[in-house]
Design a protein around this ligand. Sequence first.
Ligand code: WQD
Length: 339
Amino acid sequence: MKILVTGGLGFIGSHTVVELQNEGFEVIIIDNLSNSSIEVLDGISAITGVRPHFEKIDLKIKDDVIDFFQKYNDIAGVIHFAASKAVGESVQEPLMYYENNITTLVYLLQELTKLAQPNFIFSSSCTVYGQADELPITENAPVKPAESPYGNTKQIGEEIIGDTCKVNQNLKSIALRYFNPIGAHPSAEIGELPIGVPQNLVPYITQTAIGMREQLSVFGGDYPTPDGTCIRDYIHVVDLAKAHVVALQRLIEGKNRANYEVFNLGTGKGSSVLEAIQSFDRVSGKTLKYQIVGRREGDITAAYADTTKANDVLGWKTELTLDDAMASAWKWEQKIRNK
Ligand code: WQD
């Protein structure tokens, strides 16, 4: 079975391609290489022994999307990762985010609805909940006004898919709301490749430990949490990738209960920034240099998933720990810096 993975050379996309190949799927990757590297294909092949088919296509070019689906009209499913995802950048460049994250989704769905039995997995985010009123966060938690254009593109994307599914009963879709993906494949053949100064916590930790950054700034030590730092649900990217395969198989096998479903993907456990640092120190044997500074604009205090629906309905749960993820992130950092 042919599966299209858009953004398949990206962080979560590449790990999902590996898990799809492990399950015997034939994978076609579309990526415009705007925030990824062609060398990731080598990493995927090194792990699975199978080099995915790759097409450099920008999904903003409608005719190229049409041409692709005319060429590959036997696609059994699409997992859509291709999108811009930097919260801060989206505040500065809203139109670039709406064009890149929304227009591309529309073009993709326009072609998908022409297929006989389209199965569509959408990369969404827990950011749609904002600061949830209740923790842990279930899929029924209200979607709050987005704190950033990036978060808004995820909310709008989910609405577009829901509306499309209402009038296209043959279209089956699942939106996966990720909490905080971290870590790397245990082989250290693929991992996160942040461009420039990392915005996310874990790559900043590993770049500090490897000597690329002077020290980690912990954004806020005065939150209403046990140790004063923000709490997040850090999920190993390999666990997250496996969830995509389970979700796709759910649709292919017709196990879905509606033609649009939503699942939270997290560990169900919240960890503070200081606990994340302690985990890194534990698995690396290092003592990370950090200082607690002022809060970062837009950060929420705490978010972690209620995993009941993913466990009981989707039939998936995480198997890897925060320490596993930190150890894999550190191994990857050392590999790419050749240390
Ligand atoms: C985690 C915690 C920071 C960096 C974002 C997006 C989300 C998803 C994941 C795309 C926070 C603290 C961070 C640093 C720090 N992205 N931190 N020093 O903001 O929870 O989520 O990335 O899908 O949609 O919103 O992740 O890793 O940026 O921050 O103290 O140098 O680490 O304040 O508490 P976040 P993050």
